[in-house]
Design a protein around this ligand. Structure first.
Ligand SMILES: NC(=O)C1=CN([C@@H]2O[C@H](COP(=O)(O)OP(=O)(O)OC[C@H]3O[C@@H](n4cnc5c(N)ncnc54)[C@H](O)[C@@H]3O)[C@@H](O)[C@H]2O)C=CC1
Ligand SMILES: CC(=O)C(=O)O
Length: 376
C-alpha cells in the first residue's frame, strides 16, 4: 500500500502523523511512504530522517493525496483539502465529525473511507484519543493558570495561594482522561479541585485515586451551577464518544462567575459544553472575553507541544495503520472490532450512529456500507 503523510495546515498545528521511526515500520513491511516536504519539521523531524527511513519526500500536498491509498493525518482535513477526496481513498486521522457537518458531507459525497482516531474503541477505552487527552488535560491546568494572571486578562490570582491567602478554585466537568490529567496538574499547582462527572462509578474511581485531594460531585444542573459560580478556573472535559457535546454550562452560569475567571473548554473539538463558547479559537488568538470571563477554546491544544504529542500519538496510531496497510482496510476492519468502531464514512454512507444522528444523516452500519465492492 502507498501511505501518504501531508503537512498539517491547521493554525499552529505542528504535529505530524508519522515519525521517521513509524515510516520505517511501513517501509520494512514493503509499503511505500510519501511524506510532504517539511511535514515533520514542526515536530523536529527533518526530510533527511524520513529519507533514511526509506520514505519518499514529495514537494506538493496535492501529489501526496493523489498518489496514496491511505492518507494519515493528525487533524481533520480543512476546506482546501476537500478537493483531494476521492472514492475509495482511506483517511486515518482525527475527524470529530459531529462538530464538522461540512466535512462529514464532503467525505460522504466523495466516497472516502474515513476512520476517526477518536472513535476507535477498545472496550471502555478510546486508545487513539487517550494520549492526546493526556496532553490536553495536563495543558489545560497550566493554560488556565497562565490566563488567570492579570497581564493575560485574568483576575490576577495564583492557584496555589500563599500562606494566609486562599488557594484558587478549579472545577473540572468530566472526569475521564482529560479530567484526570487536568486534576493531577491542578493538584500539583496547589489548587482547590472539584471534579464533576455523570458516572457514579467514575466518581468512585476518582475518589480512590485522589482521596481528599479533590471533591467529587454528581453532574446535575444544580451542582454545576453552584461549582461554576465559585470557580476561578473551569475546565470542560465531557465526552459522549462521537457525539456532539452537550451544553452543560449555560450563559447564566457564566454570568455568575467573577470577572477575570477563566474557562478552558477542552471539549470544543466535539462542539464544547459552554453556551458562551460560540467559536473555536486558535493558538494565535487563543482567548476571547465574554461577560468578563476569559474563554479558551482551542481545538488542537496538543499542537502546541508537538514533539511530545507526535511521539505519543504515533505510538498508538501506527500499529492500527499497519494492520490496515498489511491486510487492506476491509480485512483489517473485519478482524479488529476496535478499528471497525473507528469507521465514520464509507462508500458514500455515514457509518457512525452518533454522527449520523447529530447531523441528520441516515446511519448505515459498517457491514452494510462495506458490503459494496472494495478494491484496496
Ligand atoms: N481541545 C483539544 O485539543 C483536545 C480535546 N480533547 C477532547 O476532550 C474531551 C474529553 O476527552 P476524554 O477525557 O478523553 O474523554 P473520556 O471519555 O475519557 O471522559 C469523558 C468523561 O465525561 C463524562 N461525562 C459524560 N457526560 C457527562 C455529563 N453530562 N456530565 C459530566 N460528565 C460527563 C464521562 O463519564 C467521562 O468520564 C473530548 O471531546 C476530546 O475529544 C482531547 C484532546 C485534545
Ligand atoms: C484529539 C484532538 O483532536 C487533538 O489532539 O487535536
Amino acid at each position: 500500500m502507498i501511505i501518504g503523510v501531508p503537512k498539517e495546515i491547521k493554525n499552529n498545528e505542528n504535529r505530524v502523523a508519522l515519525t521517521p521511526g513509524g515510516a520505517a515500520q511501513f517501509t520494512a513491511a514493503g509499503h511505500r511512504v510519501l511524506v510532504e516536504k517539511e511535514a515533520g519539521l514542526g515536530s523536529g523531524f527533518t526530510n533527511e530522517a524520513y529519507l533514511e527511513a526509506g520514505a519518499e519526500i514529495i514537494e506538493m500536498a496535492a501529489d501526496v493525496w493523489a498518489q496514496s491509498d491511505m492518507i494519515m493525518k493528525v487533524k481533520e482535513p480543512l476546506q482546501p483539502e476537500y478537493v483531494f477526496f476521492r472514492e475509495g481513498l482511506i483517511l486515518f486521522t482525527y475527524l470529530h465529525l459531529a462538530a464538522e457537518p461540512e466535512l462529514a458531507l464532503a467525505l460522504k459525497q466523495s466516497g472516502v473511507i474515513s476512520i476517526a482516531y477518536e472513535t476507535v474503541s477498545a472496550g471502555r477505552t478510546l486508545p487513539l484519543l487517550t494520549p492526546m487527552s493526556e496532553v490536553a488535560g495536563r495543558m489545560s491546568a497550566q493554560i488556565g493558570a497562565q490566563f488567570l494572571e492579570k497581564p493575560k486578562g485574568g483576575k490576577g490570582i495564583l492557584l496555589a495561594g500563599v500562606p494566609g491567602v486562599s488557594r484558587g478554585k478549579v472545577t473540572i466537568i468530566g472526569g475521564g482522561v482529560v479530567g484526570t490529567n487536568a486534576a493531577k496538574m491542578a493538584i500539583g499547582l496547589g489548587a482547590d479541585v472539584t471534579i464533576i462527572d455523570l458516572s457514579a462509578d467514575r466518581l468512585r474511581e476518582l475518589d480512590d485515586i485522589f482521596g481528599t485531594q479533590i471533591k467529587t460531585l454528581m453532574s446535575n444542573p444544580i451542582n454545576i451551577a453552584q461549582a461554576v459560580a465559585e470557580s476561578d478556573l473551569l475546565i470542560c472535559a465531557v465526552l459522549i464518544p462521537g457525539a456532539k457535546a452537550p451544553t452543560l454550562v449555560t450563559e447564566e452560569m457564566v454570568k455568575s462567575m467573577q470577572p477575570g475567571s477563566v474557562i478552558v473548554d477542552v471539549a470544543i473539538d466535539q462542539g464544547g459544553i459552554v453556551e458562551t463558547v460560540d467559536h473555536i479559537t486558535t493558538h494565535d488568538q487563543p482567548t476571547y472575553e465574554k461577560h468578563g470571563v476569559v474563554h479558551y477554546a482551542v481545538a488542537n491544544m496538543p499542537g502546541a507541544v508537538p514533539r511530545t504529542s507526535t511521539m505519543a500519538l504515533t505510538n498508538v496510531t501506527v500499529p492500527y495503520a499497519l494492520q490496515i496497510a498489511n491486510k487492506g482496510v476491509y480485512k483489517a476492519i473485519t478482524e479488529n472490532i476496535a478499528l471497525k468502531a473507528g469507521l465514520n464514512t464509507a462508500n458514500g454512507e455515514i457509518t457512525y450512529a452518533a454522527v449520523a444522528r447529530d447531523l441528520g444523516f441516515t446511519y448505515v452500519p459498517a457491514e452494510v456500507a462495506l458490503d459494496k465492492e472494495l478494491t484496496v
